[in-house]
Ligand binder design. Structure first.
Ligand SMILES: C[S@@+](CC[C@H](N)C(=O)[O-])C[C@H]1O[C@@H](n2cnc3c(N)ncnc32)[C@H](O)[C@@H]1O
Length: 238
C-alpha cells in the first residue's frame, strides 16, 4: 500500500474528491456551512490543510474580494489544489504554501504570513493533532485574527460513549450504501500513513473539549453551526 501523510486519506490524490463524498455523509453541506459563516466581505483568509481545494473554491466564489493563504504539508495535495484553483481562474487570489500548520502554531516567526486575517477556516485536518497541539493552534489562530475575525473548523468528533460510536458508524455505512457503494469498498482505496510532522492518525476530541479549547484560546463567541452524527462544524468569533 502507498505511504501517504496523515489526512491525505486516499492512496491516489485523484480519488479524493469523489471518495471523500462516499466516505463522509454530507461533506458538501458541511463545507457550505463554513462558507456561509465566513463574512462575504472578507479580504484575507487563512486556510489550514486545504487538501485538493474543495473548501477553497467555495470560499473564493462566495468572497469576491478575498485572498486565501492556504497551508498544507502535502506537495501532492497543494499541487492538486493549485491546478484546480488555476482552472477556475482564481490563481491571483490564492497562495498555497507547502507547510505544517503545527509548525506555524509553534514557530509563527518562521512564517511570513501576518496576523491580520479576517477569517481562518479548516476542514477535516486539525483532528490529526494531539489535543495539546490543537490548543496551541487555536490560540495561534485567535492571535492571528483581526478584532471580530472568525475561525470555523469542520472535523470528526469523539463520540461521548460507545453507544453513540455505534450509531455514528451505522450512519456512515448507510450513507455509503446510499451512494451505491460500501464503506469497505471506499476504504480499500485509502492509503497507509504514519506520523508525519505534527500530525498522526485520527486524534479525536469530544465536541465539548473542542469548545473548551476555543474558550481557552480567547474566543468570546463559541458556536456549533452544524452537526451530523460524528461530524461537526464549530468555531468562534474574536
Ligand atoms: C482530509 S484532507 C481535507 C482537505 C480539505 N480541507 C477538505 O475538506 O476537502 C486533510 C488535509 O490536511 C492536511 N494536513 C494534515 N495535517 C497537516 C499538518 N499538520 N499541516 C499541514 N497540512 C496537514 C493533509 O495533507 C490533507 O491535505
Amino acid at each position: 500500500m502507498s505511504q501517504i501523510y496523515p489526512g491525505e486519506v486516499f492512496a491516489n490524490t485523484s480519488d479524493f474528491d469523489a471518495g471523500i463524498r462516499q466516505l463522509l455523509p454530507r461533506y458538501d453541506e458541511m463545507l457550505e456551512v463554513i462558507t456561509r459563516c465566513v463574512p462575504s466581505t472578507s479580504r484575507k483568509i487563512l486556510e489550514l490543510g486545504c487538501g485538493t481545494g474543495e473548501l477553497t473554491l467555495k470560499i473564493l466564489k462566495r468572497c469576491p474580494d478575498a485572498e486565501i493563504i492556504a497551508l498544507d504539508y502535502s506537495p501532492r495535495m497543494i499541487n492538486f489544489a493549485r491546478e484546480k484553483v488555476t482552472s477556475f481562474g482564481y490563481q491571483q487570489r490564492w497562495s498555497g504554501k507547502e507547510a505544517d500548520f503545527g509548525e506555524w502554531a509553534s514557530y509563527p516567526d518562521r512564517f511570513n504570513i501576518g496576523t491580520d486575517f479576517d477569517a481562518c477556516i479548516s476542514s477535516l485536518a486539525i483532528h490529526h493533532l494531539t489535543d495539546e497541539m490543537k490548543q496551541n493552534l487555536f490560540t495561534r489562530v485567535y492571535e492571528s485574527l483581526i478584532p471580530s475575525g472568525c475561525f470555523w473548523n469542520a472535523d470528526p468528533i469523539l463520540p461521548s460513549c460507545p453507544t453513540l460510536a455505534e450509531v455514528y458508524k451505522l450512519a456512515r455505512e448507510e450513507w455509503a450504501t446510499q451512494q451505491g457503494t460500501t464503506l469497505a469498498d471506499v476504504r480499500a482505496r485509502i492509503g497507509s500513513s504514519s506520523t508525519y510532522g505534527y500530525s498522526s492518525q485520527d486524534q479525536l476530541a469530544t465536541l465539548d473539549a473542542h469548545l473548551q479549547m476555543l474558550r481557552q484560546a480567547g474566543f468570546s463567541t463559541v458556536a456549533v453551526p452544524w452537526k451530523y452524527y460524528g461530524l461537526a462544524v464549530f468555531g468562534g468569533i474574536k
